[in-house]
Ligand binder design. Structure first.
Ligand code: MN3
Length: 244
């Protein structure tokens, strides 16, 4: 996959955690015109950079394990769950529906969040910070949090105090027309229905423990200070505000 198609592919992953998982697979689609592949199996997307590209802030081994084993496991779990749903209907035996509904939310949300997470980051420029949000994104951060620095404090406080298996999230809510910071428990709990995730920070221990051990706040400071691709976040906001 070339850089352009990969960007388009990942560009569609901001469609929302709930109910729009098939958009993640819209390989080759142009923005706003997702290719429906409702019956196809979900696939693990390629990273938009090499496994060692985020060094020294994320080590190659963590990236490889995280992408292949953890995100890959979520994709396999999602496909397994969807197949089990179909089998359940064919057999007219719905005794497993409680577990399958839970698994669908868990694996599906994991797939969506990880797909967004990879594209929220870019290789760090040597000796430089990740830069700053600009344009509409900067304006809304100021409007809804008071200042960029206030947003940064809120995001880090929420992310650092998220459950041991969880995420920090900056999201846009189209119905409320505002930005908000959320904590996610596991991949699917404590989500406010209808939000579109713009920026997500994985704080499951597999995301940082090999390098940072128990120092979660060092990982989240590296993420926000050195790795965030603010252009990706701004593109997600623009798409969300256009209803795409
Ligand atoms: Mn993870």
């Amino acid at each position: 996959m070339g850089a352009t198609s990969r960007r388009q592919f990942f560009g569609l992953t901001g469609a929302g955690v709930l109910g729009l998982v098939t958009r993640v697979e819209a390989r080759g689609a142009t923005r706003g015109r997702p290719v429906a592949r409702a019956t196809a199996e979900h696939e693990l997307p390629d990273l938009p950079y090499e496994y060692d590209a985020l060094e020294p802030y994320v080590d190659e081994r963590t990236m490889r394990l995280h992408h292949e084993k953890h995100h890959g496991g979520a994709v396999r779990g999602l496909n397994r769950t969807e197949k089990a749903f179909a089998d359940m209907s064919k057999a007219s035996d719905f005794s497993g529906s409680r577990k399958l509904c839970r698994d669908l939310a868990y694996y599906g949300s994991s797939h969506v969040l990880h797909s967004i997470f990879w594209t929220n980051m870019k290789p760090p420029a040597e000796g430089e910070s990740a830069g700053q949000p600009a344009g509409e994104l900067a304006d809304l951060l100021k409007r809804d949090f008071g200042s960029r620095e206030a947003f940064r404090e809120v995001f880090l406080a929420a992310t650092n105090s998220a459950p041991a298996s969880g995420w920090g999230m900056l999201a846009y809510h189209p119905e409320f027309d505002r930005l908000m910071v959320l904590q996610v428990e596991d991949h699917e709990n404590r989500i406010l229905c209808g939000v579109v995730p713009l920026l997500v920070c994985d704080v499951w221990e597999h995301a940082y423990y090999l390098k940072y051990q128990n120092r979660r706040a060092e990982w989240t400071a590296s993420f926000l200070g050195q790795l965030v691709d603010w252009e990706n976040v701004a593109e997600r906001l623009a798409a969300a505000r256009k209803g795409k």
